[in-house]
Design a protein around this ligand. Structure first.
Ligand code: MCN
Length: 783
């Protein structure tokens, strides 16, 4: 018998703790620490002429005030550009505190440290910054005109420009194929800006003991924060520890590292020899973190009578905000993954990333894919509408067939690796989603519409993650991995993997993430990669430990390791359960230094083979202890896929859009925990509904974000989210030992496309812009 937990909907083990207020988030720590606060620019674009801190110095409790001038050279350097790319010819990042020019409202200018946040904020209010306002660049159209520059040395505000082209089999390019196609369409699509809105904002708390720096950060990448902080402060890596405590959501925004505050707070803690903490407030989150989406896409498509795409030409204008700390990953993802499950005859994509005087853009759950899917799925719907065909038929005519895997889309990803889809079954998925939503039996009536959207998502990107597994003499299994968790349920899913691999009850397995003291080499949680990359690393580490356990047990039982199995934490001879030894005992035997501190250990030592005088106590090639570490480094991404469908109702008078039904069929390879995956999908769909119907960052012409609070930035409540019906298809990935693909972003990706498809169906009006509010729908109705 083996303990099988992989694939079961095991209840999330972290939830009782998190749901009963026992979570330890950043702001729960360092209650005695000094508080940091920031003076942030009220201008979208201005020269900083002078900073007068005199009035603030009288504030009771004030400890220190810093401007850029006060920072040592190393700390004051521009923040790193994390993912360079040859096409990013003009990458620009901010300084931790503004140097001469501020380029968006919210950019930090002065840092204040005080006894508490009240005093720090009072001091901030008294600091006078003399700004010389400059004309701001707001909106893509204004940026591309290039009349006014965000960065003086970036001509035309163009940070990056990239063209990728996949020619047809006959060598013709997409533009040529479109010219000669039987039918062509051309249109423009707009997706407005939105942003990750985790319940918990960013935050950092640092303490320095004269030798070691410990930093707590609400981050998605603790090991990278550690490297960045060590580099900025000139500290050797072993003297810096970074711990991500419980993190109340990230959704992408917490992958940036280091944030200015992550450098400044530790530096000030070292300089002052005091503990310091900063927690972001909601307004800071709106104006000082990062946004995404924000793209205009021009599409030209040529197709035949069956709706098969012969040529697709997409030109993307991407609003990158003021800086590019995370490179141009968002437009790269849009342009390379836009094709989804389809194989157009030829494809050309071109993007231009422009700077504007708005908050910088970094990936937000889905990372450029919602824009790409909106583009591709609108294209499919428009072709169907033009030809008078069923929308699902046009999609089917363009699908990559199951027998064509592995399928090379001809695109090159950010890391220079080719985009090769590893496995999938899109026709089957279409069959499933049609059945789930009742596509063929849908009864039309005025104001009711049905829509569909398909996508493919590269998940589980490298370069690597690791896993460490230790079995202690109480029989407990301790798993650690370096990436962090923000609510994805890793404590449960990783425990399922370990319990299955090792044959132990899940109750005996504990999992630690995000603590560089436990695991130093890691990349982080983003791009739906944890299950694939850490999950496989943990499985591989478990297999090492299992092998070692079997070797030791075989010695003790005088059996062949090949005849042994582990179940319920007990190693036994297959077919002879009485010849057995618990893993706890094996753990004792694995360490020649035995403390018989309890009866169990004392009993275990009886198994010890008499010391062979000609053999060292730790055999050559072995290490003491029953533990193991391994890494998994994927050769390339594995491609998850999904299809969503919705039925919407539009109000004839108020133009309100209600989603009556929402169905999802999803394929993330082998499921570790179906319930967790469904939860991930539900959360993603909810965010997608926000993006489709409610959420947008509204800037005025002065570069002021006019809805920078939850009073004005609309997010859906639970009341706006319908019940989500979910079906799973499992096409295992041939690329990794567990056959897994990622699932964490899936839900959000096609929602705008699906809602647009359904609203268009209900109204008979083309929907080319998202989000769509009732007033906008009303205006469209009016023509
Ligand atoms: N899973 C599974 N079987 C699979 C694939 C995944 O059971 N075949 C499980 C995993 O074990 C994990 C969860 O599903 O518990 C998500 O796994 P994965 O797809 O690997 O995604 P990550 O864990 O890497 O999480 C990142 C992803 C991203 S990119 C964003 S953004 C996001 C998201 O996850 N942010 C989140 N989900 C979030 N959920 C919460 N609560 N909070 C966030 O900030």
């Amino acid at each position: 018998m083996t303990t099988r937990l992989f694939g079961e909907s095991v209840q999330r083990r972290e939830d009782p703790r998190l749901l009963t207020g026992q979570g330890r988030y950043l702001d729960d720590l360092g209650r005695e620490a000094l508080a940091a606060a920031f003076v942030r620019s009220p201008h979208a674009h201005a020269r900083v002429r002078d900073v007068d801190v005199t009035a603030a110095l009288d504030v009771e409790g004030l400890v220190a005030v810093y401007t850029w001038e006060d920072l040592p050279e190393r700390v004051g350097r521009a923040l790193p550009l994390l993912i360079p790319h040859p096409a990013l010819t003009h990458g620009r990042t901010a300084y931790p505190l503004a140097r001469d020019v501020v380029r968006h409202v919210g950019e930090p200018v002065v840092m204040v440290v005080a006894a508490d946040r009240y005093a720090a904020e009072d001091a901030c209010a008294l600091i006078e910054v003399d700004y010389e306002p400059l004309k701001p660049v707001v909106g893509i159209e204004e940026a591309v005109q290039g009349a006014q520059l965000v960065h003086e040395d970036v001509p035309g505000n163009v940070g990056a420009h990239l063209v990728q082209e996949v020619a047809a089999a006959d060598g013709r390019g997409a533009r040529e194929a479109i010219e000669t196609a039987p039918h062509t369409l051309a249109f423009r699509l707009d997706i407005e800006r939105s942003a990750s809105m985790p319940l918990e904002g960013r935050g950092v708390y640092a303490r320095w003991d004269g030798r070691d720096l410990r930093v707590y950060s609400s981050t998605q990448t603790s090991t990278s924060v550690r490297m960045a902080v060590a580099a900025a402060l000139g500290l050797p890596l072993p003297h810096v520890e970074v711990i991500a405590p419980d993190v109340g959501g990230g959704f992408g925004v917490k992958i940036v590292h280091p944030w200015p505050e992550e450098v400044l707070v530790p530096w000030a803690a070292m300089t002052l020899g005091r503990e310091i903490k900063w927690t972001e407030d909601r307004r800071e989150h709106f104006i000082s973190s990062a946004h995404e989406r924000g793209q205009v896409q021009y599409v030209r498509v040529g197709f035949d009578d069956d709706g098969r795409v012969l040529g697709l030409d997409v030109t993307i204008l991407h609003d990158h905000g003021a800086y590019t700390p995370y490179g141009i990953i968002v437009p790269i993802v849009t342009s390379t993954q836009l094709l989804g499950p389809y194989k157009p005859g030829s494809y050309r994509v071109e993007f231009t990333a422009v700077y504007t005087n708005t908050v910088q853009v970094t990936p937000y759950r889905g990372a450029g894919r919602p824009q790409g899917v909106f583009c591709m799925e609108r294209t499919m719907d428009k072709i169907a509408r033009y030809l008078g065909k069923d929308r699902t038929r046009v999609r089917e005519a363009n699908f990559i067939r199951p027998e064509e895997f592995p399928y090379d889309q001809g695109m090159t990803f950010q890391d220079g690796r080719p985009l090769i889809y590893d496995s999938g079954n899109y026709p089957e998925m279409l069959r499933m989603i049609k059945e789930l939503i009742g596509w063929d039996t849908f009864e039309r009536r005025p104001g009711l519409g049905i829509g569909i959207g398909c996508y493919v998502e590269g998940t589980g990107v490298g370069p690597y993650e690791g896993g460490h597994v230790q079995i202690t003499s109480d029989g407990r299994v301790h798993v650690s991995t370096g990436l962090t968790s923000q609510g994805q349920g890793h404590e449960t899913a990783f425990a399922q993997i370990a319990a299955t691999e090792l044959g132990v009850p899940i109750e005996r397995v504990s999992v630690v993430t995000g603590d560089t003291r436990r695991f130093g080499y890691a990349v982080g949680t983003f791009a739906s990669r944890a299950a694939v990359v850490s999950g496989n690393a943990i499985a591989l580490a478990c297999r090492k430990v299992r092998e070692k356990a079997l070797r030791i047990a075989a010695d003790a039982l005088e059996a062949d390791p090949g005849d042994l199995d582990i179940a319920e934490g007990i190693v036994h001879v297959a077919g002879a359960p009485s010849a057995s030894i618990p893993l706890s005992t094996v753990a004792v035997l694995a360490n020649p230094l035995r403390y018989a501190f309890d009866e169990e250990t004392a009993k275990a030592t009886q198994f010890a083979a008499p010391a062979a005088p000609d053999r060292p106590p730790v055999a050559e090639g072995e290490e003491p202890g029953l533990e193991g570490r391994d890494y998994y480094s994927p050769i390339r991404s594995t491609f998850a896929a999904g299809m969503h469908a919705a039925i919407v109702e539009t109000d004839p008078d108020t133009a309100e859009i209600r989603i009556l039904r929402y169905a999802v069929v999803h394929d993330c390879g082998r499921l570790i925990n179906p319930m967790i995956v469904e939860g991930q999908i539900h959360g993603g769909v909810a965010q997608g509904i926000g993006g489709a119907l409610y959420e947008r960052m509204v800037y005025d012409q002065h570069g002021q974000l006019v809805n920078a609070s939850f009073m004005d930035f609309l997010m859906p409540y639970a009341t706006e989210i319908p019940h989500i019906e979910t079906g799973h298809l499992e096409t295992p990935s041939p690329l990794n030992p567990l056959g897994i693909k990622g699932a964490g972003e899936a839900g959000v990706i096609p929602v705008s496309a699906v809602v647009a498809s359904a609203v268009e169906d209900a109204e008979g009006i083309e929907i080319d812009r998202m989000p769509i509010s009732p007033s906008e729908l009303f205006e469209l109705r009016m023509g």
